[in-house]
Ligand binder design. Sequence first.
Ligand SMILES: [Mg+2]
Length: 98
Amino acid sequence: MGEQAGPYSIGSDVWPGASRLIEECGELMQVLGKLIGSGGATAHWDGTDLRARLTDELADVRAALDYFIFANSMPDAAIADRADKKRAQYERWHHGDN
Ligand SMILES: [Mg+2]
């Protein structure tokens, strides 16, 4: 990376990791699209296991997100606090609460 890093890439001075985060989110969306297309079945027509691919892409997104937060000095505590609240809201929705 280093000297070849363009803006927004890992190693740059301009929003480092932004391009990687977008790329990984795209890969996650691709796998989720395949899962939706298969009606939820995890055995993909190309022989791969969509649950395994989903596991990989979730990890990639988490790593890219964690790196982006760190590399851009984003407010980690505020992000964690909001994420906790959002997560709790999703749990309530899942159980039919508001
Ligand atoms: Mg990936």
